[in-house]
Design a protein around this ligand. Structure first.
Ligand code: ZN
Length: 578
């Protein structure tokens, strides 16, 4: 029985390739967006084995091996596809669709989930008992409504050493189970004591509705301010977000990413039911991809202090590569969303959301702050840098809007500024074009991995076919501009097959990430695809480049020029010369 496509996608999303590969290879070098290490599949002294965290694929420039995380495990653990999927599913704490999973582990997980649910009820129940008084007082001070407390299932961990542990023992749970669930710790004298003490407790509920962990905020001046369940058989903190279970159902088309759980709860109470938080740790790439599964946009609403803004910059660096549109909220005069809403009300926060500075504006303002705008030199320097930033932006509408703003800042007409930006875009396009043409010249040497037969009848067209695929995978929106091109017009059948798959999935708004697409390919085909995706592509003129590629494919359609033909032409030339 085949494994369902959706399960494979979920598995890939939950198996970060950098984490998986790092268990075998030390990825100690960074170059651009990629990490490099010594290839585990061939012997080498300088690293040519690369992993692309944004695309979730690996590729070796030395031996040509490449693919997604499942392919990597197949190769390195010498497993079949199904066994590699099982291997990764165990690692990601995912149940195989049918009973491929180890029964004992499944039993343990079910037991921990049950324990968590009972503990959550017990914490909640404490709010109406004397031992919950401190938590109730905190809830009152923060002005959290009863309904909010119930929606989130908030609770109280009493200021005692083993209140929860004692209660759960009475209900038949062992100390070992409490420790494995992350609710208790082993004491020096062999006993167990509560992890959460004197805290307001936030259950962490996964998208399936199970209580998988807890997060506790201290109720006095103690440290740490937030305490979170460590990784357990049912929970991995890098693959969950606080309140995602609620926020994923929100009708708003974005997530609001807040710093702490209290912010999230306050935002939901104020009607912003799309708020989530990263659970104590700083944001992870997996969390970014998790968000991308549900929505396209994220607004970062971190604290407005220096630490919060630095964290926001870090978050941008993770969210954008995951394909999310990122904006950053500026809460002037308030330190966090809670304070802002309390002082100015939800409507003012909505206005803030509407006009939140997006990433482009952020970069332009950062550039502006570097120059003395009172001098001509300063204005010129800023204009040069701002047009560069704008020329890199693939979104035409955004480019136009911000060109107008930059013009106003410098005090020139919008047309003049637009001309500067267009010059920069064209410069990048032509520089890229020369580069692309050079690549076509080198095509034979470059396109085929060493030690494999040439799979392409027409290398020049195959280069363009690969280019189309690369562009569409980077920006599926471009599928609208493929001008009726079909996979049948491709000279390389397997590239045509990939192209058709991308068009179909893009039309259905399904993921076209390399990791997902390569799941349906043979190892050799996957390696070819990885090779294709390695070439850089400048997205600022993506539509022009796309139509260049399409033209090339159409020109070579029908007239398949084979490598053998090229060889004969070369031989003939030599003979006429000699
Ligand atoms: Zn290699």
């Amino acid at each position: 029985m085949p494994i369902p496509e959706r399960f494979i996608e979920e598995l890939i999303a939950r198996s970060d390739i950098v984490e998986v590969v790092s268990e075998y290879v030390s990825l100690s070098k960074r170059s651009g967006a990629n990490l490099f290490g010594l290839c585990p599949f061939h012997s080498e002294k300088t690293p040519s084995f690369s992993v692309a965290p944004d695309k979730q694929i690996y590729h070796c420039f030395g031996c040509g091996k490449g693919g997604n995380v499942i392919g990597f495990i197949m190769e390195i653990e010498n497993l079949s596809f199904r066994d590699a999927v099982e291997f990764l599913a165990r690692r990601a704490h995912m149940e195989m669709p049918e009973d491929g999973e180890d029964k004992a582990l499944r039993g343990r997980r079910a037991r921990i989930l049950e324990l968590n649910r009972e503990a959550a009820r017990w914490f909640y129940g404490n709010l109406s008992k004397p031992e919950g008084a401190a938590a109730v007082e905190y809830i009152r001070k923060r002005a959290l409504a009863k309904r909010t407390v119930r929606t989130f299932g908030l609770g109280a961990a009493p200021n005692e050493w083993s209140a929860l542990t004692d209660e759960m023992r009475r209900r038949g749970y062992t100390d070992a189970e409490l420790v494995e669930a992350g609710l208790a710790r082993k004491g020096k004298n062999g006993g167990a004591y509560d992890v959460f003490r004197n805290r307001l407790v936030f259950p962490v509920i996964d998208v399936r509705g199970s209580v998988v962990a807890f997060s506790g905020r201290i109720l006095d001046d103690g440290e740490p301010k937030y305490l979170n369940t460590p990784d357990t058989p049912v929970y991995s903190k890098s693959r969950n977000l606080f309140a995602l279970n609620l926020a994923k159902r929100s009708r708003r088309d974005m997530f609001i990413l807040a710093e702490g759980n209290v912010d999230v709860v306050m935002l939901h109470q104020a009607g912003f039911d799309c708020a989530v938080a990263s659970l104590g740790t700083s944001l992870t790439p997996e969390q970014a991809r998790l968000m991308k599964n549900y929505k396209e946009k994220v607004v970062i609403a971190y604290d407005s202090d220096g630490a919060g803004q630095k964290a926001a910059q870090r978050a941008i660096g993770l969210l954008e590569p995951a394909g999310l549109q990122v904006r950053v909220l500026r809460m002037d005069g308030a330190k966090d969303p809670d304070e802002f809403i309390k002082a100015r009300g939800p409507d003012a926060f909505q206005v803030l959301l509407d006009q939140s500075a997006n990433h482009v504006e952020y970069r332009i303002l950062a550039a502006k702050s570097k120059y003395d705008m009172d001098t001509d030199d300063g204005k010129l320097g800023f204009l040069r840098e701002a047009t560069q930033i704008l020329s890199e932006n693939p979104n035409r509408v955004e480019r136009e809007v911000y060109t107008g703003r930059v013009a106003a800042m410098v005090g020139i007409s919008k047309d003049a500024a637009a001309e500067e930006v267009n010059k920069a875009v064209k410069g990048r396009y032509f520089a890229g074009k020369r580069q692309r043409e050079k690549q076509v010249m080198r095509v034979d040497a470059e396109i085929q991995p060493k030690g494999r037969g040439n799979p392409y009848d027409n290398p020049a067209s195959a280069r363009a076919e690969g280019g189309v695929i690369r562009l569409l995978m980077t920006d599926p929106e471009l599928a609208r501009f493929t001008d009726g091109l079909t996979g049948e017009q491709f000279t390389a059948p397997f590239l045509g097959k990939i192209y058709d798959t991308i068009l179909r999935r893009a039309a259905d708004h399904e993921s076209v990430s390399p990791a997902v697409i390569s799941a349906g390919l043979t190892p050799d085909e996957a390696a070819q695809l990885m090779q294709i995706l390695q070439a850089p592509e400048d997205l600022s003129a993506a539509r022009e480049i796309l139509s260049d590629y399409i033209k090339k494919i159409r020109e070579s359609g029908g007239a398949k020029e084979t490598v053998q033909d090229l060889g004969r032409v070369y031989e003939a030339k030599k003979q006429t010369k000699g």
